[in-house]
Design a protein around this ligand. Structure first.
Ligand code: COI
Length: 358
């Protein structure tokens, strides 16, 4: 599904940076593509977006995003399909989630026409940057931030939308060891945990650094009140296979409404896997480890895709999961997502926004 109606101005880079990219070593986020989309919000409305060479933005240190945190982003991916066209996975759903995050932060919604048409033009312009190696894709990072310079605490009147892209390989290159966090908190109910705002990530750095020092890759966040229930992992939602069912924490205002999470829940039915969204307690996990009914754990996210979890540390004890072989649910659903995105099987849910390459 694709459409392109509104005008987007395009200013091309004089000399492409593509020859500098080592496509065999696509460390996540290392390379930024030649162009970015830029749109400004002023006088109460978004102005015509422009595709321009990627580069610095002129602004002063007083901008409200830097002081009071009005900054929201998204994470999406584009793939090279088997017929050479480009597919953007669930572009409209990402746009809707961006606007939900913006609303929570008192920032202006980005009209669908600006977002979709701007992205379409950007990807057409930088189509040579979309890798086609196994496990690689073009990561898309839309960002909106408050650009008014003012020291008083206020809602900004000026904003910028930037969309930049980066050819990437896998975010996690090996199975993960995660630690259940029982002291620090990522988000509390009623806060901004469900929104993709910059502060959620900065706040997670300190506990994550401590977990890394103890030999873990990521923190598994628990509810802010009792530290009894699993929320998410910060860079991804979490899912378990427990008693032969796919189980994942039910969404709250403290959990990001993951688009990969949603897609996996939908595909579970097609893979004959019963799925349950519910509160998942630490006791559920410990019991599952003890009686052997917890057979899989994995993270789900745009960057993470489906990332195997091999160890979970709960109450300072490491619990090991069985190896996830080709018959595991996580491997099967990962393969199905891959096939849909690359056009190897019919896109029955109309998840791909297809950009035909002429
Ligand atoms: C994503 O999956 O797109 C994210 O935003 C997670 C992380 C890379 C910040």
């Amino acid at each position: 599904m694709s459409s392109l109606t509104a005008s987007v101005l395009v200013e091309r880079i004089a000399q492409s940076n593509l020859p500098k990219v080592d496509f065999k070593n696509l460390e996540f986020g290392k390379y930024i593509s030649d162009h970015m989309l830029l749109a400004e919000y002023k006088n109460g409305q978004w102005q015509t977006p422009r595709v321009v060479p990627f580069g610095e933005l002129k602004m002063d240190p007083g901008i409200l995003a830097l002081h009071y945190g009005q900054a929201v982003f998204e994470g999406m991916k584009a793939y090279r399909m088997n017929d050479g066209n480009i597919s953007v996975f669930r572009a409209y759903k990402h746009h809707q989630r961006l606007n939900r995050s913006l609303d929570r932060m008192c920032m202006p919604a980005v009209p669908e026409e600006i977002f979709i048409n701007g992205l379409h033009t950007l990807l057409e312009t930088d189509q040579a940057w979309i890798p086609n190696g196994e496990g690689s894709s073009l990561y898309i990072r839309p960002l909106v931030f408050a650009s008014e310079s003012r020291l008083g605490v206020k809602i900004s009147d000026l904003y910028k939308l930037v969309i930049m892209t980066s050819p990437v390989g896998p975010y996690y290159s090996k199975p993960l060891r995660v630690k259940v966090e029982e002291t620090y908190v990522r988000a509390a109910e009623g806060g901004v945990g469900f929104a993709k705002c910059a502060g959620n990530y900065g706040a997670s750095f300190y506990p994550t650094k401590m977990a890394r020092e103890q030999g873990y890759d990521q923190v598994l966040w628990t509810d802010a009140r009792d530290h009894q229930y699993i929320d998410e992992a910060g860079t991804m939602n979490v899912m378990f296979v427990l008693n032969n069912k796919l189980v994942t924490p039910k969404l709250t205002t403290a959990i990001l409404d993951g688009i990969t999470r949603d897609s996996i829940l939908t595909l579970a039915k097609e893979l004959n896997m019963e799925a349950e969204e519910r509160k998942v307690s630490l006791d559920d996990l410990v019991d599952g480890f003890k009686n052997g009914t917890l057979t899989e754990a994995f993270g789900a996210g745009t960057a993470a895709v489906v990332s195997n979890i091999e160890v979970i540390n709960i109450h300072s004890k490491d619990y090991q999961l069985p190896k996830a072989g080709p018959e595991s649910f996580q491997q099967r659903v990962k393969q199905k997502l891959y096939s849909i995105r690359h056009g190897n099987e019919p896109d029955t849910h109309q998840w791909n926004y297809v950009i035909p390459i002429k």
